[in-house]
Design a protein around this ligand. Sequence first.
Ligand code: ZN
Length: 237
Amino acid sequence: MVDNWKPNEEELEWTRNIIENMEINQDWMEGEMAFRRTGDATLALLTRTERAEGPAQRVAIVLEELGWGLDESEVKIIPDDPALAAQMMQQQAESWTCPSCDERIVNMDLERAFWDVQGSTYYVDESGERQPMDRWVVTLECTKCETGSSPVHLSPDDYFLVAGEVNFYTWWFFDEDGESWKARIMPPETIVECVDNGTLESLNVKHLGTTFQGNTVPPHMRGTFCLLVRAVIEEEE
Ligand SMILES: [Zn+2]
């Protein structure tokens, strides 16, 4: 299907512009493919859908023309059927372990996750321009490590897979007095119900903007109404 396909100058230039500006270990999402820069002139194909076989072959040809190598040895192929794809990714997420010990992430306290921005990353917009965006990292705590505890960092997407929707839409944060809180998104119908039966006033419901109590609000929690409850941290003596 890509027999004898050759990229034109514009296509070569477009790709060169992206890959030469990537940092090592930075990811590049293109269509239904995810690449990572692994060296001075090497990329690895991390994932692609089944149907992205042709596009992936074309990227390989472009890279070859540019004198770059593409490592496809570890590629994960995602089924085209969204239900199968979700199932596959969830199964994989269940097997993830702490990088320092064998504890499975799925067994950790998944609700107690801390969101913060660690530097920035880039995405490529429709016109091929690189646009900066915050790199959000979700940190869990592994309490099975020999050191007693160690942080486990996940991307928001990976956290969603391993922790599920309810945890994903619950945000732990510290207020200005250092007290910990959980903000849980209230569905609009629940808010309407509370307004109707007059219980909204008695609940600690807040509308989250981009910042709240001195914290930058994670993007998926912005513009939502949340029920705030005090989070109890169980201290192990
Ligand atoms: Zn561990």
